[in-house]
Ligand binder design. Sequence first.
Ligand SMILES: [Zn+2]
Length: 491
Amino acid sequence: MMPEQDQPMETAIGLEIHIQLSTREKLFCSDPVDFGAEPNSQVCPVCLGLPGALPVVNREAVALAVRACLAFGCTVHPVSVFARKNYFYPDLPKGYQISQFERPLATGGGVRVRMDEEGTEVPIRIRRIHLEEDAGKSIHDRFPGATAVDLNRTGTPLVEMVSEPDFRSPAQVRIYLDQVKRTLEYLGVSDCNMEEGSLRVDANVSIRPRGTLELGTKTELKNMNSFSGVEKALRVEIDRQRSLVARGEAVEHQTLLWDERKAEVRPMRSKEESHDYRYFPDPDLPPLKLTSAFIERARETLPELPEARRTRFIEGYDLPPYDAGVLTSDRELADYFEGVAERAGSAKVASNWVMGPVLAAMKEADGGAGSFPVSPGALAELIGLVEEGVVNRRGAHTVLDRMVQTGRGKEGHPSQIVQEEGLAQVSDSSQLEGWVLETLAAHPEEVRRFRDGESRLRGFFMGEVMKRSRGKADPGEVARILSAHLQGEKE
Ligand SMILES: [Zn+2]
């Protein structure tokens, strides 16, 4: 396939992201929001829309939504209006969903999508962010031949974040989604768990001759269950539209469902499409009014966001952009790194430890930095022991493993473990020389080959000496003594 920029047709993609807010209660009633609860156990007259029940807006949800709007640079409006979006579906028995239509919570704003470490950025404009309630769920696999309905999700608070059709490639979409998710996690607005449906993505896709401004006929893509699924679905749909146009056929405006298993898109049955939602302001809810003091307070309490933190890690700690990207990919990991770096002296050494053995241990334990049993102080202490030559790197890895396994990851423990396990580094040159000489005497054949020019055997000798020392020798000193003796053998 031709690279994107050489194609005669250019792509325009817009995204709608639905994000479940991490509130304790639903948007208009006080039912708990709890994924995986017994079906239909978390419902009440309000979220079921029974006659006479009155919705009351959840201020916690509003506060979280406002944080998201501000983090993406949107203008939060002092007055927004809840409207009814009317349609019938089995998972929406009340016949309408409460959303915002003509007057959304916020408009404007944007995300600068960072395409590489060199700083190539693609600006994506955000059209609007609004609040709405989620619908229930139809369950097709619980009873054979029948569809069941679980209304627990009904009324869960969502924000819908709509972008302008500014994306030119599926790769840009993928990176945007990663950045948006990371920002929302930093804000504590949503857990963004796509498998549990707390983040859902729909896309609209069109193509047009390169250089023209008017958008082509768009299709809407739904049912994508992972970020990689979104990227794949977009590629398939763009190829489909390009082949249609190449054959002289027209792209038809329709809604398409992504089939992950078959890696293809198929049109939604027309019955499933709803064209006229007959929006009108919800008569049960007053306009949502926010004081400028409320909005300003929210702005002041925003945390440092991932992109800003990444820049600070590069400039303040002098870290390579790659390190800064990995370390700020998760807020707790970034906090952890800073805790180590402040105590360890060298930020780059701290970064090597955190990105290497620490991240590997976290992955193995299937937990994040928040639940890692080794405190930043203990890791900094261990790094200090290596710098001072008390323990070599190999011994230090053993100490780290012990701290993870036993949960003894507090300050003071690294030096105790070094003592208890006899891991202290041996730097005494007569002892080291003894091990070197023993090693050379035990391997006359390798010594001869080394003398004949097989210089890569140096690594073999190193390994043998370290084995003899049971890992405790100072590797720098061993290398120096070994060189001296091998040099001697050669001459
Ligand atoms: Zn309820």
